[in-house]
Design a protein. Structure first.
Length: 228
């Protein structure tokens, strides 16, 4: 530790920033996509149509029971083979690391956001749903105008907490050679033989961002408690 060369960090900052920007882009895209499809899954699980509810529950339980890194490998290696079998191509089509990361993270996070949204919907008093029906609102109008706005307000701290976990999990794309923040730092570390400096810098950046987001979650929780 006595021969730390922090100058290598300053030299590598432009390349590290590209990796960090990709990490942020993947986090935001996966969070928005996960919330969207997670909301649809939550509505499916709470619907009165039993086959639809069972299908949504099966998907959620499957994704929550499988490690994320395994889902990434499945999509990256198996999907090209499946597409080759369907299209009859001579070679498996290249899916690509970035496309794999976006699709797998959205599909995986949708299962977790589904449970958060489902809990948020169930936190809204049933009396408000009955009142909306008494006013002549249909199921879709009740969800869109009455239930979901209150549900999202109640579950906003939990959504942000899951997004923090998602931000940390994006480092797993390193296993398929996608150049995220960790991947960029690893390449610089191997090139310059400065593993300690690079990984220490990455750890401090993750720590600072996660602490700031955790403080934001605590403030939102306090505000939500005052509203209640």
């Amino acid at each position: 530790m006595t021969d730390l060369d922090l100058g290598v960090i300053a030299t590598a900052l432009p390349y590290l920033w590209k990796g960090f920007a990709y990490t942020l882009e993947l986090t935001v895209t996966a969070a928005l996509g996960g919330i969207f499809f997670g909301t649809l899954l939550a509505l499916a699980r709470l619907s009165g149509t039993r086959p639809l509810a069972l299908a949504a529950a099966g998907y959620v339980n499957l994704m929550r029971s499988v490690p994320l890194v395994l889902v990434i490998f499945w999509f990256y290696f198996l999907v090209p083979l499946i597409l080759q079998g369907i299209t009859g191509a001579e070679r498996p089509p290249a899916v690509g690391a970035e496309r794999t990361a976006i699709v797998t993270f959205i599909l995986f996070e949708a299962a977790y956001f589904c449970e958060i949204v489902r809990a948020g919907i169930q936190s809204v008093p049933r009396g408000q749903v009955h009142a909306a029906h008494a006013l002549g609102l249909g199921y879709a109008q009740t969800m869109r105008l009455v239930v979901l706005p209150q549900a999202f307000r109640n579950m906003l701290p939990v959504l942000l907490t899951q997004t923090i976990v998602l931000f940390q999990d994006t480092s797993l794309v390193y296993v398929i050679s996608a150049t995220d923040f960790v991947g960029a730092a690893a390449k610089v570390a191997q090139r310059d033989s400065r593993l300690v400096e690079m990984y220490l810098f990455v750890a401090l950046v993750y720590l600072a961002i996660c602490l700031l987001l955790s403080q934001l979650v605590r403030r939102l929780q306090r505000r939500a408690a005052v509203v209640r």
